[in-house]
Design a protein. Structure first.
Length: 263
């Protein structure tokens, strides 16, 4: 196998949610404000997005997109400049420059901008599409049916459960099977020349959960979720990589965001 690197990675600045802390991890109280990031990665074979955040219009009018009850519970805060389409444009790219979209999973806060890239190649873990179309009652509010309906006609590549996928065959981007939060949850290892990141998606929600090895209260498969969490923890112990827990506010504060890029 050839050895390669992704050229650059941007953490796209993002709106936030303010939710009950106990909804993220058992034993917490009060409210917590969390980021909803997407990551843009430049590879010699094209631009890649890991997740696409919330539906862009929801930043200005969450009720119109999600309805009053869900919008009230989400506490979305952001500016129009944090729309994913505007951020990509601000970095000098067009939306059609994005050739690949890797979905950690298809919840509304991770796949809300998918519709902007209908001609891209999409990746998802095995079972994720089926689960989005027919979700379990627990957590079904996280799927927006009219948004999910658009997915059927797109070009999807499914990553088999328990299998990791080297996207470009050079070790630069490896999709990791980390099911449990949803059936097809995946994480992404990004190897740059300067450092390697492991982007967790929702396989882990908070740094404290990783440290305590505690699952997320609304995971669809708790046992698989704990196994995936432990896999990430063992990788962090044995490999030279930086785990970026995508919803953790402290991780978001620790790492740098666009227009800064990691190379």
């Amino acid at each position: 196998m050839s050895v390669g690197f992704a050229r650059r990675m941007w953490a796209l600045d993002c709106p936030t949610l303010t939710v009950d802390a106990i909804s993220l991890m058992y034993g917490l109280s009060g409210k917590v404000t969390i980021p909803m990031p997407a990551f843009l990665i430049e590879h010699q074979q094209g631009l890649v997005l890991f997740d696409t955040g919330i539906y862009p219009d929801a930043i200005e009018d969450p009720v119109a997109i999600y309805g009053q009850e869900l919008a009230d519970g989400l506490g979305i805060t952001g500016t129009v400049d944090q729309r994913i389409d505007r951020q990509i444009a601000a970095l000098g790219y067009k939306l059609e420059d994005v050739k690949y979209v890797i979905s950690s999973h298809l919840h509304f806060d991770h796949a809300g901008g998918h519709h902007l890239f209908p001609n891209a190649t999409f990746y998802a873990g095995q079972g994720e599409l089926e689960f989005a179309f027919f979700p379990a009652k627990l957590g079904s509010f996280c799927f927006i049916p009219e948004h999910v309906a658009q997915y059927r006609e797109w070009n999807w590549r499914v990553v088999p459960r328990g299998t990791d996928l080297d996207v470009f065959g050079d070790g630069s981007l490896i999709i990791l099977s980390t099911p449990g939060h949803t059936p097809g949850e995946v994480s992404l290892k990004v190897r740059l020349a300067s450092r390697t990141f492991l982007l967790t998606g929702d396989a882990v929600h908070l740094r404290a959960a990783l440290e305590n090895e505690w699952p997320f209260p609304l995971d669809v498969d708790t046992l698989s979720a704990v196994h995936s969490l432990l896999r990430i923890k063992r990788m962090a112990e044995s490999e030279d990589l930086s785990v970026w827990i995508n919803h953790d506010p402290d991780d978001w504060a620790q790492y740098q965001h666009a227009p800064y890029c990691y190379e």
